[in-house]
Design a protein around this ligand. Structure first.
Ligand code: AHR
Length: 341
């Protein structure tokens, strides 16, 4: 099938006849294996590794599919190179987990012109023409951020501060909540939306303040590095809002080394995103206060969409996976032990 489409593609490129997506299921040929090219972001986090596993396990071992995954090592230009290879190989469908939202128009147009359907997973792409992809399946990152700030609204921080020399100030000066914000890869949907939810909440809460935004690139090593540096000069932190678990682990190590306590009985309340098994264990043990879930195990849902497409059925343009948020009160050891990622 792959070689067949490669020849077809070459002919259509030469004749300049490349056109719209196939809207009908692929015609069977002598080899009717359905070939998928998948450009994965990288292996920056435990979430990502679980997502790769979910995707590969879903398709590997199914004789109907050939699944080719390329790891972009968190670089968009690597994704462009992979996608162009997939086009030349004449794959039947391309899956892209985009590193960042911007910059996809040219390459998506190339895929479109090659008449290959595309499914965007996990994060999103910022292109106005939604016909350039078949579907986008992943998390509702805005809702995740909103779950986090809604939880934060319910927390109490110290005593109300009033200015005794100014009688008019009695009900105005609540304790300032100092929030340290660790950000993931700038321009990735997970970063954009989680940041937006926090910044909007800070706008509407006079006593919330983002003391600093540190760039952790969704990795433990980077977060540890920037946190270690930051804590040399700054220790006045009430909340750590960390945009993924691995950055949280790096930050916790830096806080430990700086002698700053955190979690249930500590100085810093920790909010983290992903809710991996390790983070949930920390939460159950009172070291992390809130784990907002980001579910990576949607390989089977992607396959379901593809099968519907192959059967000529209509598929939804946007699909969000089910997610929740956990404090220690919501967890049991059995639940944590059963966590698949
Ligand atoms: O896009 C999903 C995010 O990317 C996850 O929160 C993070 O862990 C991953 O690297």
């Amino acid at each position: 099938m792959k070689r067949f489409f490669s020849i077809l593609l070459t002919i259509s490129l030469v004749l300049g006849l490349a056109g719209c997506y196939r809207t009908q299921p692929t015609e069977p040929t002598e080899d009717d294996t359905f070939v998928i090219g998948f450009s994965q972001v990288g292996s920056e986090s435990d979430w990502r590794i679980a997502n790769t596993k979910s995707m590969t396990e879903t398709f590997d071992g199914d004789p109907d599919y050939e699944f080719i995954m390329e790891n972009a090592r968190q670089k968009q230009e690597n994704q462009f190179a992979s996608v162009r290879r997939f086009i030349l190989d004449g794959v039947d469908l391309i899956i892209i987990a985009p590193t960042v939202e911007d910059g996809w128009l040219t390459v998506l147009t190339e895929i479109h012109d090659a008449n290959i359907p595309v499914i965007i997973i996990d994060r999103s792409v910022a292109v106005w023409d939604e016909n350039l992809y078949l579907a986008n399946i992943g998390s509702d990152f805005m809702s995740q951020g909103q779950l986090a700030v809604q939880w934060l609204e319910k927390q109490t921080f110290g005593e109300t501060e009033t200015d005794e020399t100014d009688p008019a100030s009695t009900d105005s000066a609540e304790t300032t909540v100092k929030i340290l914000h660790l950000q993931g890869t700038i321009g990735a949907t997970a970063q954009i939306k989680r940041t937006q939810a926090l910044e909007e909440a800070v706008e509407s809460h006079e006593n919330w303040e983002i003391t600093s935004q540190l760039y952790g690139d969704f990795t433990e090593a980077k977060a540890y590095e920037v946190m270690t540096e930051y804590l040399k000069e700054n220790t006045d932190i009430d909340v750590l809002y960390s945009e993924n678990d691995n950055m949280t682990f790096g930050a916790m190590r830096a806080l430990d080394e700086a002698g700053i306590t955190y979690g249930k009985d500590g100085q810093v309340k920790i909010i983290t995103f992903d809710a991996t098994k390790e983070a949930l264990q920390y939460c159950l043990d009172g070291k992390i206060d809130l784990c907002v879930e980001c579910n990576p195990m949607f390989g089977p849902q992607v396959k379901e969409l593809i099968e519907k497409y192959r059967n000529g059925e209509t598929i939804p343009k946007h699909v969000h996976v089910d997610e929740s948020a956990y404090t220690a009160d919501d967890l049991t050891q059995e639940f944590v032990d059963a966590r698949p990622y």
